[in-house]
Structures are given as structure tokens and as C-alpha cells.
Design a protein around this ligand. Structure first.
Ligand SMILES: [Zn+2]
Length: 271
């Protein structure tokens, strides 16, 4: 009988069976693929049970509001990036992992026709009560999207999402199914080549695994926690696996508020 960890030998990015357990952290082990250098956790969410109902009371609402204020500038920069690439007016846009709908609302105010996916009931309730946005709980692979919205959207966005999903290539392929020919996909995710990650790897090796600095912070076994961190070349490879033509790749927005992240923009082939 196979060990439960045998399945992690298969790299989540290049699919070669060349991944080996490399960093043993407090709650998870990070596998490293010797073929493509991809790093990913051995933790998967799998099908999550329905979360216990949480009431959006005024204290919770105030807390979400306070936390989300930090992302106001980022929302404006993300929208500016999209606006440089295509006219947002009347654009059919799907935001995957929409959170409380900040980006959706900003795009809607510019004339976009927006839909959003958000698994958290609390965030959906907040978006509905504060911005009159109705977010969908069904994730992108569900028949709701895959049969009802094939080749429907002009733009799909995944802001800080791909590092959280169980299988990033498969999730991106499902997202691309929903894009019209010539559609755009924008994706932002932490950069594995950022200094804190590289320093953490070095310390882990020098201390024979006794210390890992920030590695424990880069990965999580909480539901929808971080499961993989990409380098820039790996993001390009991810786009290629999903059949996207690379249009844009950047380390940060102009005013540098997204340090330690990469932003990539891919397009489906024109029809
Ligand atoms: Zn690989």
C-alpha cells in the first residue's frame, strides 16, 4: 500500500514525480520538485465541511472594515492596471476569491458587469450588507460556473488566490474555461524569490532544520491557507499550462505597495 505522502511526489506544477520532502515545518512539510524547483505544502483542504454559521454583528463588521482599509490603495492600483489593458466599461468581469468585494465594487463603479466568488459566508454577508454585492459561494470548478458561464467573461482576476488553492494548474484551467477568446486573466501572488523566503531557506539549511525564520509564516494548514509559493518563471509556466499567452509580468505596481508579490497577466487566444 502506498504511503499517504506518495501522492506529493507528483509535482503540482510540472506533474513529474520528482518532488521530495525538503522543509519540515511545525505543522506541514514542504516538498521541492527537482525538475522545476516548485515548492508546495503536503497539506490539502480537500472538500471542506460547511462552516458553522457566523453572525455578521456590528463588532465583526467594524473589524472587517478596519482590516480592509489597508487594501484601498491596492484596489485602486489593480483597477488602474486593468484599465491600462482594456476598457472596463461594460466588461464582464469575474473576481475569484473576491473577499468583501472591494475590487468588484471599484470595477462596477467604472462600468464593469461584475460577478464574484467567495467561499466565506461572513465576507459574502459583509459584501451584501455594505456594498449590495451578491457573491457566489460555488468555487470555479463547480457545474454552476463550468456549464453556465463557459467562454462568458472578458476578464477574470485572482488577487492573492492561487497560493491558497489545492491544485493551482487545475484551478487556472477551470478559470480559463470561463474566459472568452481574447479574454484577460490577471493574477497576483507572493514572490518566492523575495528576501524573507530566501533568507529563511538559508537559515533552515545552515541550522539543519532547527530554525526556519519565516518559512512557517509562508505556509499554513488553516482552511484556504497558503499551500504553494511561486517564482516568476514558475508563474510563466503556470500560464503556459493553462493555455494563456503572457502579456505582462511585474514585481510590483508603480508606487511599490505590493512588494514581495508578482503580478502576471495572460490572455486567451483571439477567436
Ligand atoms: Zn515540478
Amino acid at each position: 500500500m502506498n504511503s499517504p505522502h506518495d501522492s506529493f511526489k507528483r509535482c503540482k506544477l510540472c506533474q513529474a514525480t520528482t518532488a521530495v520532502p525538503t522543509y519540515h515545518l511545525a505543522k506541514t512539510t514542504i516538498y521541492r520538485c527537482s525538475n522545476c524547483e516548485f515548492h508546495f505544502s503536503d497539506y490539502l483542504d480537500g472538500p471542506l465541511p460547511p462552516a458553522a454559521p457566523t453572525i455578521l454583528d456590528s463588532n465583526t463588521s467594524r473589524y472587517i472594515d478596519m482590516r480592509s482599509r489597508a487594501s484601498i490603495d491596492l484596489t485602486a492600483q489593480r483597477l488602474a492596471l486593468l484599465s491600462r489593458c482594456r476598457d472596463v466599461q461594460a466588461c464582464r468581469l469575474l473576481d475569484i476569491g473576491a473577499g468583501i468585494g472591494r475590487f468588484m465594487l471599484a470595477a462596477k463603479q467604472q462600468g464593469a458587469l461584475v460577478e464574484g466568488i467567495e467561499p466565506s459566508r461572513l465576507r459574502r454577508d459583509y459584501a451584501l450588507s455594505n456594498s449590495a454585492l451578491s457573491l457566489h459561494p460555488d468555487t470555479v470548478e463547480s457545474p454552476f460556473w463550468q456549464t453556465g458561464y463557459r467562454e462568458y467573461f472578458h476578464v477574470i482576476t485572482l488577487w492573492d488566490v492561487i497560493e491558497h488553492v489545492d491544485f493551482p494548474v487545475e484551478t487556472l484551467l477551470q478559470a480559463v474555461n470561463l474566459l472568452k477568446p481574447g479574454g484577460l486573466l490577471l493574477l497576483e501572488t507572493p514572490d518566492r524569490m523575495a528576501l524573507p523566503y530566501r533568507l529563511s531557506e538559508r537559515l533552515y539549511r545552515l541550522s539543519n532544520g532547527r530554525f526556519n525564520l519565516f518559512l512557517d509564516n509562508f505556509y499554513s494548514v488553516a482552511p484556504y491557507g497558503h499551500k504553494q509559493i511561486f517564482t516568476r518563471p514558475q508563474l510563466v509556466e503556470l500560464c503556459e499550462h493553462a493555455g494563456l499567452q503572457l502579456c505582462y509580468l511585474s514585481g510590483a505596481y508603480q508606487c511599490q505597495t505590493a512588494r514581495g508579490k508578482n503580478i502576471i497577466l495572460g490572455a486567451t487566444k483571439p477567436g
